[in-house]
Design a protein around this ligand. Structure first.
Ligand SMILES: [Zn+2]
Ligand SMILES: [Zn+2]
Length: 364
């Protein structure tokens, strides 16, 4: 199968996707993804950058290279925007803020390192093609230590709400992160100097951008809309061909409902000609892509209901093992399954109880 565009390796080319808006691709090594788009928004004072990549020397060197091509350096960055709390989006922020004194913009709900590690893309899309080593090991979270080690470690123990094991990175990586902590090299994250909420307006690249809070992929995700030129900075909320991971371990009561609502609000924006995703190429028709992602989840919800008829009362793990192919089985698949089961239950179409092992059992 051909590579999805989100899985292409980071190109070194810098493209001006609109006047004073540059797309700079930074390398990432995460299952199902090959690059992250860092957008530079240029104005008379320098540049704002959106989602400056992983906290790795390789990513930082790539950022410096792309800025140089545009006649800029890190010292010119006056603002760092982080669309949500995933390491390939916020990782580069620490060093930029330290070196340039840039203000840091994130949603007011932004939480750094508090959640267990999650994949970026849906479990299905982790297996969309076969080319990387990560592919062979669907449980990995990328080769880099993405987030605060101690906070992450809390996410490695204990049970999930549905009675399964929490998502756990492979032993090799846990050992490496532990070693990093012992060496005192675990990264820290600067305070968000400029928290934003729905409806705030930011002036970037000589334009006004409205903040759209888009919970779903994470509860702190936000997008930016510029009505005048019809631009939409989409983060991971809407990707061109891949479905973002929707975790059942979200702070949202019904993360799927939150995601649907966020997709509807993005689709309803007037006059979007250019959607700028965090992975993959810019695209034109935001509303149809939102609709297609909703349809994917609707189909999955129907499949869950068919499985319920086939299995009768069943655990999240049992649903998950019917819903996904064997290579995807595990905590991540269960987390996505749980999000769908809870959505059905909260709509009143399923009953939930606990069995003697403390596992949730769903019946429809
Ligand atoms: Zn993400
Ligand atoms: Zn991402």
């Amino acid at each position: 199968m051909a590579k999805r565009q989100e899985q292409e390796d980071a190109s070194t080319e810098v493209t001006e996707v609109a006047k004073d808006v540059l797309r700079m691709q930074l390398p990432i090594s995460m299952p199902g993804l090959g690059h992250v788009n860092c957008y530079a928004l240029i104005d008379g004072d320098g540049a704002a950058v959106v989602d400056p990549g992983l906290p790795t020397p390789r990513s930082y060197a790539a950022l410096e290279d792309r800025l140089k091509q545009a006649g800029l350096s890190v010292a010119n960055i006056h603002t760092v925007l982080v669309t949500h709390s995933h390491a390939d989006h916020f990782g580069g922020a620490t060093r930029i803020v330290r070196e340039s004194g840039a203000r840091l913009v994130a949603h007011r709900a932004f939480s750094f390192g508090g959640a267990p590690p999650e994949p970026e893309v849906s479990v299905d899309d982790l297996h969309a093609h076969h080319h990387s080593a990560a592919e062979e090991d669907p449980g990995t979270f990328g080769e880099r230590p993405p987030i605060d080690v101690q906070a992450t470690a809390r996410g490695w123990t204990g049970k999930t709400p549905w009675g399964g094991e929490r998502p756990k990175p492979p032993l090799k990586m846990r050992i490496r992160w532990r070693a990093m902590r012992l060496l005192g090299k675990a990264m820290s994250f600067p305070p968000v100097s400029h928290p934003v909420v729905q409806g705030d307006v930011l002036r970037l690249a000589g334009r006004e951008w409205f903040v759209l809070h888009t919970p779903g992929h994470t509860n702190d995700h936000f997008c930016l809309h510029n009505a005048e030129d019809g631009m939409f900075l989409a983060g991971d909320h809407v990707l061109p061909t891949i479905t973002p991971h929707i975790s059942g371990l979200s702070l949202e009561r019904d993360p799927l409902a939150a995601f649907f609502d966020s997709l509807d609000r993005a689709a309803a924006l007037p006059h979007v000609d250019l959607a700028l995703p965090a992975h993959g190429h810019p695209f034109a028709d935001l509303a149809s892509r939102c609709e297609a992602i909703k349809q994917h989840h609707d189909e999955r919800l129907e499949k869950v209901k068919r499985i319920a008829r086939e299995l009768g009362p069943a655990t999240v793990q049992a649903f998950s093992e019917k819903l996904f192919r064997k290579r995807s089985w595990g905590a991540m698949a269960e987390s996505e399954t749980y999000a769908h089961l809870e959505h059905i239950r909260l709509l009143g179409d399923a009953e939930r109880r606990s069995n003697t092992k403390g596992q949730f059992v769903y019946e429809m």
